[in-house]
Design a binder for this molecule. Structure first.
Ligand code: FER
Length: 307
């Protein structure tokens, strides 16, 4: 490796130190470790820049004259939790049209539930506008509860950053693959193959999307990790079969805000993907760990899907 300047060398050293600190703190999830993770020093490399055009004003607001999709509740039986689980489903305007639709599975953060994407991020408005403008393929969006526990309600504030809450997010992998996807595909008019299935999420859900998606390229050809949290697996486990990813992925999209203390998680994944020659889009915006980043990156990601 060569360095063009002392600054570049210093930057690289700080990145290494950040990675070491990251590895050291990948222990139990507590309010203190979470606070420390959010407070990490942000070190930006030359390629940690925006790779997408800014969205137009109002892109995430309901627009007069645009036919809204329908957001409905869906429930399914889960062998992981041993009970019935709820998800929200976005059906694009015009559904059903006689043909089958591709499906995006969209995952929320550590303190959210199935309502986070529509309620906080206004995902349905983003998609309504893009689909009306012909900029996104009409798609179904499934927004599950990613906390696969018998009690999957949002914990009180002092129990959000706990092992017990985080454990539900790890258990969700089997819930999604073995129970939710089959139930969705039995109920809705969908194109049931990897080429027409996407998995994305924000923060804790971004970590889940990377963990699950990169391990299952036969199930998902389109993967999006927005502001991925420290639940993102260590790189060796995260990328079990690089060749399968090089062959199978249609799009791997990674994003984070340059004011988000968790950016080191995404930087680590981006660098490892570069090192292994796995094509991906890296988009660093000017946000923190907030809805501005997530609505913007949903806007970018969903336009690229299923093409
Ligand atoms: C952590 C900091 C943040 C962590 C998870 C998060 C698993 C998740 C944040 C979110 O989902 O918004 O240390 O540990």
């Amino acid at each position: 490796m060569t360095f063009r300047s002392f600054d570049a060398l210093l930057g690289a050293l700080l990145l290494v130190l950040g990675a070491v600190a990251q590895a050291q703190e990948a222990g139990p999830v507590t309010p203190d470790t979470a606070r420390a993770n959010f407070a990490r020093t942000i070190v930006l490399a030359d390629d940690d820049v925006r790779s997408t055009p800014l969205p137009p004003r109002g892109f995430d607001e309901a627009r007069a004259g645009v036919a809204p999709g329908k957001v409905e509740e869906f429930s399914y039986e889960s062998g992981v939790t041993g009970g019935r689980r709820k998800a929200l489903v976005y059906l694009p305007a015009g559904y059903p049209s006689g043909r089958a639709y591709p499906v995006l599975y969209l995952l929320h953060g550590i303190g959210g539930n199935q309502h986070e994407w529509t309620g906080y991020v206004r995902a349905n408005a983003v998609l309504d506008n893009l689909i009306a403008d012909g900029k996104a393929v009409p798609m179904i969006v499934v927004m599950p509860n990613g906390r696969a526990l018998p009690d999957d309600s949002v914990p009180p504030p002092d129990r959000v950053f706990t092992e017990a809450n985080a454990a539900g997010f790890a258990k969700f992998e089997r819930d999604l693959l073995d129970f939710l996807i089959p139930a969705v595909e039995a109920r809705y008019r969908v194109q049931a193959d990897a080429r027409h299935r996407a998995l994305a999420g924000l923060s804790m859900g971004g970590g889940q999307a990377l963990n699950i998606g990169l391990a299952h390229p036969d199930t998902f050809a389109w993967i999006g990790g927005f502001s991925a949290a420290p639940n993102t697996r260590a790189t060796a486990e995260l990328i079990p079969d690089p060749d399968a990813l090089r062959r199978g992925l249609a799009l791997l999209y990674l994003s984070c805000g340059n004011r988000d203390g968790l950016i080191n998680v995404s930087q680590r994944v981006h660098r490892e993907l570069l090192r292994q020659g796995i094509r991906h889009q890296w988009n660093v915006d000017a946000s923190g760990h907030d809805r501005e980043s997530w609505s913007d990156n949903l806007y970018q990601f969903s336009q690229r899907l299923f093409r």
